[in-house]
Design a protein around this ligand. Sequence first.
Ligand code: HEM
Length: 427
Amino acid sequence: MEDVLTADDPLYSKLYDVTEEAKHMGNYIERDVTDEIAALQAKAPVHKGKLRELLGLPDHLRHPGMAGKQHWTVLTYEACEAVFRDPATFSNAISHTPNAANEQTLSVLEMDPPIHRAFRRAIQPKFLMPEATGWWREFTIDSIVERLVDRLKTRDSADLNMEICARIPVYTITTAIGLEGDEALRFRHAHVNSVENAGVPPEVRYKNFMLVEEILLGLIEERRANPTEDLVSTLLAASVKIPGEDSRPMTEREIMHMAKIVMIAGGGTSWRQMGITLFALLTNPDQLAQVRADPSRLDDAVEESLRWNPTAPYFYRNATKDTELYGHKIAEGDIVEIGIAPANRDPSRWDNPDVYDINRPKLSNMAFGLGTHRCLGMNVAKVEIMHAITALLEAFPNMRLDPDAPTPTIGGGFEQRGPTAIPVLLK
Ligand code: HEM
């Protein structure tokens, strides 16, 4: 019997179509705004107002905590770095929900130092490179990549977005947390429909929220009795040391928040970025040939895809005090939009920034953020992407875009980008 990861479950096309995803979240954009953003960036590093307003796009409320607030848009690499590197002035405490009792009921992404550091330290060792290439690969990534690539070996064509990119991250994250692989898809579906900006009626959101809680509480109970090496077991064994308090284990609620943020942060991003890398290589066959000739160049191909089109292009901060940023007076409570994607195409840092070019001089980019909240899962994401593409290139030496399929593009929502499809001929 086929397992759910390799079965043709209709939930895949519901969850892993970038256009559907964006329409569901209410942030779909139809037109390409790259040139308009570059023109704004050339005028000034920081602009008053929401980037959406400045571009004449319909409004979209990313977090309820942002409603009615003055926004500022930050577009150059240097200015974005200044914001990322100053968490005391530019706080991540934006999406605080009114019913959140205190900071310790929030996810690590919404906490500020020093509490943030205490919680991040509890889990960080599990996400370092030796673990990503060791435990993560052995426990989950290798087997799913092998099964999915094997499944394509009898086929002449495929949509790699749906058949490879969609399936690897959801399986990786769900099994790493400690759930069974065949729960992956339904767990993700319930989870994305349980969060504040899910775009579903409140009663549906509540039902999904309760389902996710029930599944995670059951898992915590089970791992308390029978620990393994998975993330929930790691969190149960971890201790948290908040300054001025004794070191203590994490509460059930804190473990659930950590599991949920890892699930949300790692489920969609790697899917779309894996797709962007494949899209970039397949639409630049000369560069694909370079990678085929020297597989060690895949690392450059992934890094360049992250620079060229980071899947999560905008992040937000909340000013904790009155301050000044590039001549603008920012007031306490204002929202600052950090343009990771524009920063990654800043012409003062990169020549011909709109071009995907794996042969550029190596320079760090901002796709995983910078500073305090720099992506916890970046090593895992890179290992997933590299391993999947390596396996595809080895199995299909002649893999190329299908010239008869509709031409794919990078699209989706303003705040999450990915390829519309990746139709390939395999033989
Ligand atoms: C290519 C894929 C990915 C991209 C582009 C990406 C991007 C980012 C960015 C930009 C941030 C910083 C947000 C901020 O400063 O407010 C972040 C944070 C985070 N990411 Fe990723 N991410 C990716 C994959 C993953 C994966 C696979 C996981 C989990 C396995 C993950 C887990 C997290 C977590 C937990 C945080 C919060 C860290 C903190 O607040 O300290 N991400 N990610």
